[in-house]
Design a protein around this ligand. Structure first.
Ligand SMILES: [Zn+2]
Length: 209
């Protein structure tokens, strides 16, 4: 099914949901979001405010949706005996600021003011260590299966709230994990519809990431 053809309803959505999400100043907590704190976080470098958003895709086990395995991974509670893939990633210490599940639920693991561990070795326009200055948003999904309407419908207002709180984050400061770690990462993959995102954000002109 085509995901194009977004019409006025999307504009209405962006407008109406702007008030639905807000970032608490000072703490970097998103409201409303399910708070699920991860121990995999630390201080950003002194004086650094986030000025980049990285979009990711994740599913655990790969290709399977639902369940609480992503939360378990980000809180170091994934049982390696539950799936062969979990054995492969045993000991991994990672997190993201947010997860948007297939049904649109928004989960926050790390406040935006702090550094989450989502990017790994990475470079954005010559600047390395993207974790230092970025916000990581995971979408539950895979590279080649369309992300859900509910996910786009939440991602847009979440980003608008983030951009309001951190004005350095412009639409030109949105990137995929595949863009900052091209040799290692392919997420969020070709399934992620950047044009749909830009439409939702109200950007009418094409934009080059
Ligand atoms: Zn990623």
């Amino acid at each position: 099914m085509s995901k194009r053809g977004l019409g006025p309803e999307n504009t209405v959505l962006s407008r109406s949901v702007t008030v639905r999400f807000a970032v608490s100043p000072g703490t970097g907590l998103l409201r409303p979001a399910t708070q699920y704190p991860s121990p995999n976080q630390d201080e950003r470098p002194v004086g650094i405010e986030p000025d980049l958003v990285i979009i990711h895709g994740i599913s655990l086990p790969p290709g399977e949706y639902g369940g609480s395995y992503i939360e378990a991974l980000f809180t170091n509670l994934l049982d390696p005996d539950e799936h062969p893939f979990f054995r492969e990633i045993e000991g991994l210490r990672v997190s993201s600021h947010l997860l948007i599940r297939r049904d649109g639920e928004v989960v926050q693991f790390v406040p935006f003011e702090r550094r989450a561990w989502h990017a790994g070795e990475s470079t954005f326009r010559g600047q390395s260590c993207c974790n230092d200055f970025s916000i990581g948003i995971e979408l539950e999904g895979t590279d080649d299966t369309p992300y859900t309407d509910a996910q786009y419908e939440q991602l847009v207002p979440v980003l608008l709230a983030i951009m309001q709180a951190y004005p350095e984050i412009s639409p030109r400061r949105l990137a995929g994990h595949c863009d900052i770690s091209p040799a290692r990462k392919s997420d969020p993959g070709p399934a992620f519809d950047w044009l749909r995102l830009y439409d939702g954000l109200g950007i009418s002109e094409g934009i080059s990431r």
